[in-house]
Design a protein around this ligand. Structure first.
Ligand SMILES: [Zn+2]
Length: 93
């Protein structure tokens, strides 16, 4: 899927349509000091560790795409429901 880098859409902070800059949300490496990560390390340690089934059959054919829409006027960002796509590309103009 292709998507322009700047789209015109509704900004919930301004309450009107503005130019929104589209950014792809990158996954950051998990911090080992966060509450959830500490709990995960404690729960999955030792005998009977993994709490979820390990999916090793195949790689998923589509990946979930998370986007951030940043308003050009107020510089605030919001999200829209994510979707799945085989390939995702941000295009100029
Ligand atoms: Zn705005």
């Amino acid at each position: 899927m292709k998507m322009p880098r700047v789209v015109r859409g509704y900004c919930p902070f301004c309450g009107k349509h503005n130019d929104l800059e589209v950014e792809k949300v990158k996954t950051k490496p998990r911090s080992e000091f966060r509450r959830g990560q500490r709990r995960f390390r404690r729960v999955s340690a030792g005998y009977g560790g993994s709490t979820r089934a390990i999916y090793k059959d195949r790689e998923k054919p589509t990946k979930r795409v998370y986007l951030r829409f940043r308003c050009r006027e107020c510089k605030k960002a919001h999200h829209r429901p994510s979707f799945r796509a085989k390939t995702f590309e941000l295009t100029e103009a």
